[in-house]
Design a protein around this ligand. Structure first.
Ligand code: CU
Length: 72
């Protein structure tokens, strides 16, 4: 069960395949317990038991081929 969530806005996703790629890469970051992506808004919600260093999520998104536009 995720006890904390962080949201990011991802730029560059255009279809369901993009969403899957982001979910897969971010899901591999140690500590991540849940990943939700809203294609229309680019909103990425990451659930974890402990807060995760945002740079790790940004790196995962970039590894999938997309860009993080903002973090909140
Ligand atoms: Cu796509």
């Amino acid at each position: 069960m995720a006890t904390t969530t962080a949201t990011y806005t991802v730029k560059g996703m255009t279809c369901g395949h993009c969403v899957s790629s982001v979910k897969e890469e971010v899901g591999e970051v140690p500590g991540v317990t849940g990943v939700e992506v809203d294609l229309a808004s680019g909103l990425l919600t990451v659930g974890s038991e402990q807060p995760i260093e945002p740079g790790r999520i940004v790196a995962a998104v970039e590894g999938a081929g997309y860009t993080v536009e903002s973090t909140s």
